[in-house]
Design a protein around this ligand. Structure first.
Ligand code: ZN
Ligand code: ZN
Length: 392
């Protein structure tokens, strides 16, 4: 009876949710600039009669529905921000802000969460406990909106018993969901290496020191962090994608620089590797008479899913959708600042398949042609509601 009522509500809501998705897709905003997006979310929540909304970290929102009945406090997170990408799709709801695109599916997450909120608002009497809807800014940009919202008082008075995030995944077909217990996504730190020396005439290297050659040696030496220092059972990536040395054919410059990223799945190896990197940079430079400097910008921590809750939530998915629509996910070396929530509260971050049946329609996240199969919105509304009904 309960479920039937809610299923009717979902069917009605789905039409509106698709419209919200299209509006959000057409009006993307960069990290920290989500003013219109935030306004749209507030206006939509108000239209369901949800008015207990507080703002954190400027554009971030925390909406609460208190059923007034004893139960858990379950929170859901959706992200507000888009990416600096020029959209190359042909849809009529294509981005109206040139150079900005919802290429990570955050528009899909927001629309689905608004759909969940609208069904919750209509069915308070069928639910228990407290339900939080967190609309978070700036997931795509350090230091991350999750951290900023927490620092700005989010959950200070309402600690959640469980926080959930769902993220689109084009690798899985629409209708599928994926889970992984424990460490799922990587920590990500930005690493700059700078080598300084005297510089001089390219024809007279014996009179100076060569920062370009030194940096080249440093790049190669740093590969030893993965191959010789980190335990081979650990997932670890160290990549440098930018090098700069502005000399000339016959000029050895005074400075050379490279920029990279380090990804790990263990906070222990993350800390140890940073020390090892600093030591290699400093000592390689010394070998060539130069100075080696390492500048590390702390990124997001490792994202750890609560093992017990992940098991429970996955079992619910198997009951609701059938085991054939539920998969175990491999680890993934990308990052998500949802990890800050997962450090403080039991958390489950799972994947919602948005892959199209036609393989050639599928493009990766963060690409200019990414578009989800929006039939997956039904899964993304149904499943959070099931979690509330069964675990609330
Ligand atoms: Zn992203
Ligand atoms: Zn994302």
């Amino acid at each position: 009876m309960k479920t039937k009522n809610i299923q009717n509500q979902i069917d009605i809501t789905l039409i509106k949710v698709a419209e919200w998705y299209k509006w959000l897709h057409a009006n993307p905003a960069l990290s920290g600039m989500e003013f219109k997006t935030s306004e749209f979310v507030i206006k939509t929540l108000h239209s369901f009669g949800i008015t207990d909304i507080t703002q954190h970290a400027t554009t971030g929102l925390h909406a609460v529905v208190d059923t007034g009945r004893v139960g858990k406090h379950i929170a859901f997170r959706a992200e507000l921000d888009a990416l600096p990408i020029d959209e190359k799709t042909a849809v009529d709801f294509k981005s109206r802000n040139s150079g900005v695109m919802h290429a990570c599916g955050h528009d899909f997450h927001m629309a689905a969460l608004l759909g969940v909120a609208s069904v919750v608002a209509e069915n308070r009497e069928l639910l228990k406990g407290k339900i939080s809807f967190v609309f978070q800014p700036s997931e795509e940009k350090l230091p991350g909106g999750a951290k900023q919202m927490l620092a700005d008082g989010l959950f200070q008075n309402h600690k959640p018993d469980l926080i959930i995030a769902q993220h689109v995944f084009p690798d899985l077909q629409a209708g599928m969901v994926g889970f992984r217990e424990g460490s799922y996504m990587a920590s990500g730190d930005e690493i700059d290496v700078i080598v300084r020396g005297t510089g001089g005439h390219g024809a007279l290297p014996h009179l100076c020191n060569d920062v370009v050659l030194t940096l080249a040696h440093t790049l190669v030496a740093l590969q030893q962090v993965r191959s010789r220092f980190v335990n081979q059972n650990e997932a670890f990536v160290l990549s440098f994608g930018k090098m700069e040395a502005n000399g000339a054919n016959n000029i050895l410059p005074q400075e050379a620089k490279m920029e990279g990223t380090m990804r790990t799945l263990s906070e222990e190896w993350r800390a140890k590797s940073k020390d090892q990197i600093r030591s290699i940079v400093q000592n390689t430079a010394k070998m060539f008479g130069c100075e080696g400097i390492t500048d590390i910008r702390e990124g997001y921590p490792v994202l750890k899913n609560h093992p017990e809750y992940t098991k429970k939530v996955k079992a619910l998915a198997e009951q609701l959708f059938g085991a054939e629509r539920v998969v175990d996910l491999p680890i993934r070396m990308t990052t998500d600042d949802f990890s800050y929530f997962a450090q403080q509260f039991p958390a489950v971050y799972y994947r919602v398949g948005v892959g199209h049946k036609k393989e050639s329609d599928n493009y990766g996240l963060h690409t200019s042609q990414f578009l989800p199969d929006i039939s997956a919105l039904e899964t993304a509304i149904k499943f959070p509601l099931e979690i509330l009904l069964k675990l609330g």
